[in-house]
Design a protein around this ligand. Structure first.
Ligand SMILES: [Mn+2]
Length: 355
């Protein structure tokens, strides 16, 4: 935690800020350890304060050991204003990408003498430290094991919702706090929906079933997608699966420190485009993940600036989605290493045909 605060102070100095107001829950947790839903950090060059309400005093005291815990009663902004007025802070950074417009008006109103500077802190979380990597690996392992179990559970005649519910149950049994997001379970023609949440559709023999899911462990997310076939795959299914798998393997192989997101996206995208399906791969290749399911760095055609560094964790997830037919996506979570990457996801990627 100490190293993270040092990183934040360095950022404050570089941006000429006297203090930083941290309000996004993921960032509050990252810098303080506090995981409650109401709380804000005020960090200066020589003090760490956590403002929260009476419901969380005990939890904050236990979790945020390096912080002075301040209880606010009326409103957080009023308490904050009192703190700031009694100090010589005049230029304070805040998270412009999180605060609401109403909240902003309230701060400006309460702190008219302060110069408020909108900044983004999320990039400070891109490279993961050892403790974070341990949690992500555990979240990945839970998802892998749940997938293995669901392979013997899923049968034609079940609805997508039946299978998704069981998958989430397995993950919880294996230690997940919750699913990383609404489980995507898209069978048959629904596979053409890249984000088709589990529906009442009945899974039938011959369907491709795309499952995209993840677990949250100690606040950290995992993200995996596998597409399996209920029964024997036909020629067309094998062809599309083969192209996506080739693109996925090449994308993973391309992940390395020093590259920008677009370079890696291009490697996978070229394979799909050259096979004639470029227009049916309409999303970026992957994304960072950690305390959020979607974080920087993005592996996408638009990311030409953010360079990958060792210990960043990203997904590689190409797909092909054909209207009225279905789709295939294959996704792994990988850890950027000194020269390339370590694949964290252990689940089989060869086409699984369940009889
Ligand atoms: Mn993903």
């Amino acid at each position: 935690m100490e190293r993270r605060i040092i990183k934040l102070r360095k950022f404050m100095n570089e941006n000429d800020l006297h203090a930083m107001l941290v309000s996004k829950p993921e960032n509050v947790r990252y810098f303080s350890g506090f995981s409650g839903s109401a709380g804000m950090l005020l960090i200066t060059n020589n003090s760490n304060k956590l403002l929260t309400d009476f419901r969380y005093i005990e939890q904050a005291t236990a979790q945020a050991k390096q912080f002075e815990i301040i209880r606010y009663s009326a409103t957080l902004w009023k308490t904050l204003a009192d703190l700031v007025k009694s100090s010589d802070l005049s230029k304070i950074g805040f998270e412009g990408d999180f605060i609401t417009y109403d909240g902003y008006l309230e701060v400006v109103d309460t702190l008219p003498m302060i110069s408020l500077v909108p900044v983004k802190l999320d990039n400070l979380r891109m490279a993961k430290d050892d403790a974070e990597i341990v949690s992500i690996k555990k979240a990945v392992e839970i998802a892998d094991n749940a997938f293995l179990q669901i392979l013997s559970f899923i049968k034609p005649g079940m609805t997508e919702q039946d299978v998704a519910l069981q998958l989430e149950y397995y993950m919880r049994k294996l230690g997940a706090e919750k699913p990383a997001f609404d489980t995507i379970m898209a069978s048959g023609a629904r596979g053409a929906l890249p984000h088709g949440r589990a529906s009442e559709k009945v899974i039938e023999v011959g369907d491709f079933v795309t499952m995209d899911f993840g677990a949250v462990y100690k606040g950290y997310h995992s993200d995996i997608t596998r597409t399996i076939c209920m029964g024997k795959a036909n020629t067309r299914q094998k062809e599309i699966y083969g192209i996506v798998l080739e693109a996925q393997l090449a994308g993973v192989k391309a992940v390395a420190p020093g590259k920008v997101g677009k370079e890696i996206d291009t490697v996978s995208r070229d394979i799909i485009t050259n096979a004639g399906f470029g227009e049916f791969f309409g999303h970026g290749l992957g994304h960072g993940l950690g305390l959020n399911i979607h974080e920087e760095p993005r592996l996408s055609p638009t990311n030409i600036h953010t360079v990958l560094l060792e210990n960043m964790v990203v997904t590689v997830e190409p797909g092909i989605y054909l209207p009225n037919w279905g789709g295939v996506r294959i996704e792994d979570t990988v850890l950027v290493s000194t020269e390339g990457c370590q694949i964290l996801t252990a689940s089989n990627k060869q086409l699984i045909e369940l009889d």
